[in-house]
Design a protein around this ligand. Structure first.
Ligand code: SF4
Length: 305
């Protein structure tokens, strides 16, 4: 089928099945265009909770669709592709239990980035996002915090808190952000000397140190809108540039690195969204006990922010 036919069928099936389509900021432009909501993972899951739809099509990676299911247990949540997040895969429940045991005498709280699987979230006290990690850490009374799986986000958060942060695993990271280098930024700045450099906290410390602004994708969107500057070098997955350009047609955006592409985020196509709607696949099914425990850590985070 042609893309226009897929779009027509997707809109028809969406209405027929009372479905809502959510797309992460890193999805392909054509997926962002057919979505009802485009945003970051948690924002989308919260948005999903407000809809009256029976089916949620989550265009993103596994942990995001899981979060949508945890927050909307009575709805059918479908992920069009079995797309996994490599960073979420770097942390296992066993590693969390080992760390809890090892540091028990320090009475640690466990704070996990939302980029984790439900089985890990179920063992945590609080979830956090890249937008609120520092706020969550500083709101907790425990002095010692076990934090995972992103060592770069942990490193960034450490600069803004006096807490003793134990990172698990020691070198967890998002490969897409971790590969953006200082030389990439220097090169981009040479080509665009008037551009401000905005970076995601999943980037390395060296890259964040030369950024004009550090924030989550939604925080980047707000920063760009309120900035008087007309040009920006964007230090995150390049999918966000489509939305940045769409919402700021008079401003210019350049990727910090042309290789900052998450292949897992790009797996979802119009064809897979169509198949998800038509055949109602792939459904997210999680154990009720795990969902109930994981929901508590997300709700504690939401209560703080
Ligand atoms: S961009 Fe990084 S954190 Fe996001 S899904 Fe891809 S690998 Fe995971």
């Amino acid at each position: 089928m042609e893309n226009s036919e897929y779009i027509r069928e997707i809109l028809r099936l969406k209405k027929e099945k009372n479905a809502v389509i959510l797309a992460h900021n890193y999805q392909r432009p054509e997926i962002q265009d057919i979505a009802d909501f485009v945003g970051d993972s948690l924002g989308l899951s919260i948005e999903a909770g407000k809809t009256k739809a029976d089916i949620i099509i989550f265009c993103g990676v596994d942990f995001m669709a899981e979060t949508a299911k945890i927050l909307n247990p009575d709805k059918k949540v479908l992920i069009p592709e079995k797309a996994m997040c490599p960073m979420a895969m770097m942390l296992s429940p066993e590693e969390i239990l080992t760390a809890k045991k090892k540091f028990k005498s320090q009475n640690p709280a466990v704070v996990l980035y939302v980029n984790t699987h439900a089985s890990c979230k179920a063992l945590s006290d609080y979830a956090c996002t890249s937008a609120n990690a520092v706020r969550i850490l500083n709101s907790i009374t425990n002095d010692t915090i076990i934090f995972g799986p992103d060592a770069n986000l942990a490193d960034y958060a450490k600069k803004h808190t006096n807490k003793n942060i134990i990172t698990i695993p020691e070198f967890g990271n998002c490969p897409t952000h971790h590969q953006i280098s200082v030389n990439d930024i220097k090169e981009a700045k040479t080509q665009h000397p008037n551009a401000k450099f905005i970076a995601h906290p999943e980037c390395t410390r060296e890259v964040l140190e030369i950024a004009n602004f550090v924030g989550s994708t939604e925080q980047m969107l707000k920063f760009v809108k309120s900035s008087d500057n007309g040009e920006f070098i964007v230090g995150t997955e390049i999918g966000i540039i489509y939305r940045l350009r769409k919402e700021n047609p008079n401003k210019k955006f350049y990727p910090a690195s042309n290789t900052a592409i998450c292949p897992n985020m790009k797996m979802t196509t119009l064809e897979s969204v169509y198949n998800a709607l038509k055949f109602e696949k792939y459904e997210i099914n999680l154990d009720k006990e795990i969902m109930d425990k994981a929901r508590k850590s997300i709700e504690r985070m939401i209560a703080i922010v």
